[in-house]
Design a protein around this ligand. Structure first.
Ligand code: ZN
Length: 154
């Protein structure tokens, strides 16, 4: 925490690269290292985004009072950088207004589709070029799709 600027920065080792001697194989990132890097970055970014989003949802938009938290459920969201397992916080509606239900899940309301638009686009594009099995293999070869990211929102 930097108190002078009022910002909070999380420091974390994202990826460790080891290079003994420069060879054609060791120049720059390998595909495997880039997947690890993307996967870890995705984890850090998503955790911050989800936590920030949920924090913003807690005050009632009508009266500003904090809404009570009801518990969480796991929400799965597929991206080109892996499958996200997000802890989706449920909130009770505020009693200042009438609501059809007692509680709601802001994250589930936001992520109505459980696959990112970018991943859907790639799946559709590759499916038009080759068989489903080949496109699944190709995408898994170049993207960290098979990795799983578990993030708790708070
Ligand atoms: Zn209210």
């Amino acid at each position: 925490m930097n108190s002078e600027e009022g910002t909070c920065q999380a420091e974390r080792e994202v990826v460790q690269l080891q290079r003994n001697a420069l060879t054609p194989d060791t120049l720059g990132l390998t595909l495997s290292e880039s997947k690890q890097l993307l996967h870890t970055l995705q984890q850090v970014i998503v955790k911050h985004q989800v936590t920030f989003f949920i924090d913003q949802q807690i005050p009632c938009p009508d009266c500003g009072q904090p809404r009570k938290q009801q518990g969480k459920h796991t929400l799965v969201y597929r991206t080109v950088f892996g499958k996200l397992k997000l802890q989706s916080q449920r909130l009770f509606h505020c009693s200042c207004q009438a609501h059809a239900s007692q509680s709601f899940s802001p994250l589930a309301q936001l992520l109505t589709e459980r696959t990112s638009p970018e991943y859907l686009y790639l799946q559709t594009k590759f499916a038009s070029l080759m068989s489903y099995g080949l496109s699944v293999d190709l995408l898994a070869e170049v993207l960290p799709l098979n990795r799983q990211i578990s993030c708790s929102s708070v």
